[in-house]
Write a protein that binds this ligand. Structure first.
Ligand SMILES: [Zn+2]
Length: 286
């Protein structure tokens, strides 16, 4: 009995130490959310300690409205959540998409799956989605050559044609599988995080520590995702060089501007450049 108790106590101490270490590591990264105490003058120095590998091949990031993005780097085109038809803020039509190599689907809701199947068939792109969502695409007739394996789940890096892709956690729902986000590491050095639809969650700090995120694409529209203030706080966890807001202004239900995000980000994470794109506009990471 004594031996069991001893093992139990040692276990508690080990778990406690681990938890403390994780918490203090995150506290060191994120600091206190106290605007008055935050020393903005040290922000540049802090950022320089967060090593990001050089970007040798530019990444062109085009917002297609809502959560839809086109990423281009090194001759490859990656679409994320290509909701084109019926998207009130999307400035293009499906016919305008001439080429795509890869389509990443964050979750199985109409405003994210969008035109995935039609674009895959027209361009020959491969679709990466959560396991259950990939099986739905296959069962509904999308050929195996257009679906990456049986899909995947939240976990580590997979390599598709030299692009390393991590599927991340997201706190949201999905008609099949669960909601996710993606960290996309291009062979030319650029790393982009698309959060999908999500609320704020502390494990973003682990993703920020594990992967050198240059650009974070973050939902800010509230109701179904983070609002501007929460998204600004997420910058302390993710530590991107650049943040681009999304999932706002599409419907009356969502926040209509990025003003709150811009304002809070300037106070909570002044080391991150916030770039607010108009639908159709492109940011180039180089
Ligand atoms: Zn959505």
């Amino acid at each position: 009995m004594k031996k069991k108790l001893c093992v139990f106590v040692i276990g508690i101490v080990i778990v406690g130490l681990g938890f403390g270490a994780t918490n203090s590591a995150l506290a060191g990264n994120t600091g206190l959310l106290n605007d008055a105490k935050f020393d903005a003058s040290s922000a540049a120095g802090l950022m320089s300690k967060w090593h990001k590998p050089p970007v040798t091949e530019p990444v062109r990031i085009t917002w297609l409205g809502h959560a839809a993005f086109k990423l281009e780097s090194g001759g490859k085109t990656v679409l994320i959540d290509p909701w084109i038809t019926g998207n009130p803020t999307c400035p293009i039509t499906v016919d305008d998409i001439q080429a795509a190599d890869l389509i990443l689907v964050t979750h199985d809701h109409g405003d994210h799956v969008g035109d995935t199947e039609a674009i895959a068939l027209a361009t020959g792109a491969v679709v990466l989605a959560f396991y259950d969502t990939a099986l739905r695409f296959l069962s509904e007739g999308l050929p195996q050559e257009n679906v990456w394996g049986w899909g995947r789940a939240v976990g580590g890096e997979i390599d598709i044609d030299g692009i390393k892709i991590v599927m991340t956690q997201a706190t949201h729902s999905s008609d099949t599988g669960i909601a996710a986000g993606y960290i996309i590491q291009f062979p030319g050095g650029g790393t982009v995080y698309h959060a999908g639809d999500t609320g704020l969650f502390n494990e973003m700090g682990l993703y920020g520590a594990l992967y050198p995120i240059h650009v974070a694409l973050l939902p800010i529209g509230n109701v179904f995702t983070m609002d501007g203030r929460q998204a600004a706080i997420s910058l302390r966890l993710l530590r991107p060089q650049v943040a681009i807001p999304m999932h706002f202004g599409t419907f009356p239900l969502l926040d209509q501007s990025a003003d709150a995000f811009v304002d809070y980000a300037s106070r909570y994470a002044p080391w991150t450049d916030v770039t607010v794109l108009d639908p159709g506009a492109t940011f180039v990471l180089d």
